[in-house]
Design a protein. Structure first.
Length: 77
C-alpha cells in the first residue's frame, strides 16, 4: 500500500476492526426481506386505495327511527 496516505491507512485499520466485531452467525433479513416488505407495503397501499374508492360509492342514508319520532311527538304535545 505505498500509494495510500497515513490517514487512509489508519481509517482502513479502524474499519477492519469494526468488521471483525460483527457476529458472523447473526441472521439478517437482507435484500429478500426488503423486497418482501416493499411488496407488502405496496399491497396495503393498493388495498387502501381500493377501499377508499369503494367507500366513496356507498350512498348510505339512515332511516329515521320510528320510536324516536313517537318520543318527539309526545315531548312536544
Amino acid at each position: 500500500m505505498p500509494d495510500m496516505s497515513a490517514s487512509a491507512s489508519l481509517a482502513m485499520t479502524h474499519l477492519a476492526t469494526l468488521a471483525k466485531e460483527v457476529d458472523e452467525d447473526k441472521v439478517t433479513p437482507g435484500v429478500l426481506g426488503f423486497i418482501v416488505f416493499a411488496v407488502m407495503a405496496v399491497a396495503v397501499w393498493g388495498l387502501m386505495k381500493s377501499m377508499n374508492r369503494h367507500m366513496g360509492k356507498v350512498d348510505f342514508k339512515e332511516a329515521p327511527d320510528p320510536k324516536a319520532e313517537s318520543g318527539d311527538a309526545a315531548a312536544k304535545g
